[in-house]
Ligand binder design. Structure first.
Ligand code: ADP
Length: 378
């Protein structure tokens, strides 16, 4: 049974804003996405009033969930600070996106002055790490998934969160297209494949919907995917970040309790400039950069195995040395990586004894070593 936007609106009829105005008339609702029983919309409010709106958000989510045929619902609270108005109270870090503030729909984190200290940990998850790139198309998602699998092969319990809200590719890379179910506590149960706990915005909304999200909605949705998902006990949760170093990425880097970041770059100059921006972004918010991976580092002929440095291989290694961050490894541009990724059978899983799996595992080993203290402590 498909759920219509009108049914969603009807379900909200009795819900009122903190000032007593009917929610549907309060001029705060985004467009409603309703397809296949999956419903998503946001409530966009003034940041100064955000706290008061959280119960309205929860009420709206519960009302939509009660509609027969609704399988998944996500109502995100987003906030834009009006020009000239006072900044919202913590937990939002003070160095947020100019003029735009994301809203935490959850318990405020405790803490002191640094952005890291303000982020509450995710219960059961020892280390959250980001895989980021300065621009799209450099193989960030492919690297994130194969890195997660490499960590799995080292005996760790691993999750993957596809936070690339502008173009979620984890459904394609894993072949997963099911909708997550809810557990008794109404948390989404991550899908499982390859021994990983996996969550993607692509499981919840259509790709076209994901493409049009504005900055503050990104943070709200990612926060919900981090905290409203029953991740269980994990050693490492790998977050596939949206590409780029704009406001949305900065806000994410600031608000997700990251223990470190891996930056993926191709050897071309342009991409390296972008990678440098990524590095600067994480340093600005005190997230340790675990290292740089050079993807599509050299071309390896699938027939004869000959290597050709079509992009001037080695740039990322030099850059890493210059910037004083670890260089984690070189991944060749190879048909097998592309074909397995795009068929939903990532190379570390489908060709575990091959040379590419070995490269990803070696990268995973270095990441694990850097996180050892955190994982052991948990
Ligand atoms: P991003 O997340 O940076 O946008 P993707 O991981 O989606 O990039 O990769 C973009 C395309 O490049 C995909 O078709 C993927 O299969 C391919 N790709 C990624 N890394 C490699 C590689 N090392 N060799 C060959 N193809 C690759």
């Amino acid at each position: 049974m498909s759920v219509t936007q009108q049914q969603v609106l009807d379900s909200l009829a009795r819900i009122k804003s903190p000032r007593g105005v009917a929610l549907a008339n309060a001029n705060v609702l985004s467009a409603i996405s309703a397809s296949d029983g999956k419903v998503f919309f946001s409530i966009n409010v003034d940041a100064a009033e955000a706290r008061a709106w959280e119960s309205v958000r929860a009420e709206a989510e519960a009302a939509v969930r009660a509609i027969p045929g609704v399988t998944t619902v996500m109502v995100a609270l987003t906030a834009e600070r009006k020009p000239g108005s006072a900044p919202p109270p913590p937990p939002t870090p003070s160095r947020g996106t100019p003029g735009v503030q994301p809203v935490h729909a959850h318990k405020p984190p405790q803490g002191g002055q640094s952005p890291m200290a303000r982020q509450s940990e995710i219960p059961g998850v020892a280390a959250v790490i980001a895989v980021a790139s300065g621009k799209g198309g450099v193989g960030k998602s492919t690297t994130a998934l194969n890195l997660a699998l490499g960590l799995r092969d080292l005996g760790l319990k691993v999750g993957l969160l596809d936070a690339d809200i502008y173009g979620p590719s984890v459904p394609r890379l894993t072949g997963l297209h099911d909708k997550p179910e809810l557990n008794a506590e109404r948390k989404m149960i991550p899908l499982r494949r390859f021994g990983l706990a996996i969550m993607s915005i692509g499981f919840l909304v259509e790709e076209e919907t994901a493409m049009i999200w504005r900055g503050p909605m990104v943070m709200s949705a990612v926060t919900q995917m981090l905290r409203d998902v029953a991740w269980g006990e994990l050693d490492v949760l790998v977050v596939d970040m949206p590409p780029g170093t704009g406001d949305a990425q900065l806000t994410l880097a600031q608000n997700v309790p990251l223990k470190g970041a891996v930056i993926v770059s191709t050897p071309q100059d342009l991409s390296l400039i972008d990678a440098r921006r990524g590095l600067a972004m994480f340093r600005k918010v005190n997230v340790p950069v675990l290292g740089i991976v050079e993807n599509m580092s050299y071309f390896q002929c699938p027939h004869c195995g000959t290597k050709s440095d079509i992009f001037g291989h080695g740039g990322a290694r030099h850059e890493a040395e210059k910037l004083g961050v670890p260089f984690l490894g070189e991944i060749p541009l190879h048909m097998a990586i592309r074909a397995t990724s795009d068929a939903g059978n990532p190379v570390v899983d489908s060709e575990p004894d091959g040379p590419h799996a070995a490269i990803y595992r070696a990268i995973a080993g270095q990441v694990r070593d850097q996180l050892k203290g955190v994982i052991a402590a948990a």
